[in-house]
Design a protein around this ligand. Structure first.
Ligand SMILES: [Zn+2]
Length: 309
């Protein structure tokens, strides 16, 4: 069964200005590397649909959804936070990104694919119920996970997030939702400056100091994530796959490499095989060094496609 790969050209049309790190070239860099690695022939391409208002409303406030989706050319571009520019092209891109997660969830839960990857932008894990934040507009992974809970009646869905930034939006949305186990590693102290103090048995936050390399990262995953995942026994796993903890990525001071992303993906796959019938939906979050991003995603997908070794 090939990997389902979801994308839409609308995701390339959202641009937040020259020099902004969250740029369309990120998607191209990934596709170039997948082509160079001859992975494109092994995946099944799906065009991401638009998320519906009802799908978004499971995790976002109605007024906020309207603010984004009703934004038009007439209003031009508006900063919703210092990092997040709402442009006339943003609503379509954000709806495709969230829609990709819904469709990927459908593909996996109707047994058409075991594993799906969403190569989409804008990313989502900082987006709050009623607020854009940190390059994110809709919380894509939360929209997908809520779809798995509400549309398919799952009771235990895990979201693992190895982006270098804390997935504060995902945590905030699911803080009172014990059907979700959220595991996050992140550089701390660092943007968005929260998560280190959270105490909850279904939110497993693992702050890591600047300079953390692969060995300490793996130790933290073994010590904190894996016991929680085994105990929870998820029926499905979502991955907020950000690759900005890579040593070559100048946005952070962490020092992960492709082999660390391969390792953590293998660990997640092991949990998925054991409890979740192998069902994984992974979605792109951060990752701003184009070469490291392309290589890391290719590595991540190779493991998900069981081409390792
Ligand atoms: Zn990030």
């Amino acid at each position: 069964m090939p990997l389902a790969y979801l994308h839409h050209p609308d995701c390339l049309r959202h641009e937040m200005g020259r020099g902004h790190p969250e740029r369309p070239d990120r998607i191209h860099a990934i596709e170039d590397q997948l082509a160079a690695s001859q992975l494109m022939d092994l995946i099944r391409y799906y065009e991401a649909p638009l998320a519906t208002r009802q799908q978004l409303a499971r995790v976002h406030d109605g007024q906020y959804i309207d603010q984004i989706i009703n934004h038009t050319d007439k209003e031009g571009s508006v900063y919703l936070d210092p990092d997040s520019l709402l442009t006339p092209q943003t609503p379509q891109a954000a709806l495709r990104a969230a829609g990709a997660l819904v469709y990927a969830t459908d593909l996996v839960l109707t047994h058409k694919h075991k594993v799906a990857f969403c190569n989409i932008r804008p990313p989502g894990h900082h987006a709050l119920r009623d607020q854009a934040m940190g390059f994110c507009f809709f919380n894509n992974v939360a929209v997908g996970a809520a779809h798995a809970l509400e549309n398919y009646g799952l009771n235990r869905v895990a979201i693992v997030d190895f982006d270098v930034h804390h997935g504060n939006g995902t945590e905030a949305i699911f803080t009172d939702e014990p059907r979700i186990l959220f595991c996050s590693t992140f550089q701390h102290p660092f943007y968005p400056h929260c998560g280190a103090d959270t105490v909850s048995d279904h939110i497993i936050n693992v702050p890591l100091p600047a300079g953390t390399g692969g060995e300490k990262f793996r130790d933290a995953v073994i010590l904190y994530w894996l016991p929680a995942l085994h105990k929870f026994a998820p029926q499905m796993i979502f991955i907020s796959a950000g690759f900005d903890a890579h040593e070559d990525d100048s946005i952070s001071l962490m020092r992960l490499h492709e082999k660390d992303y391969a390792w953590v993906t293998e660990e997640i796959l092991f949990i998925a095989d054991r409890y979740a019938q192998g069902r994984i939906v992974s979605t792109l979050e951060g990752g701003y060094d184009l070469s490291a991003l392309g290589r890391s995603v290719a590595t991540h997908l190779r493991v998900l496609m069981r081409m390792n070794g």
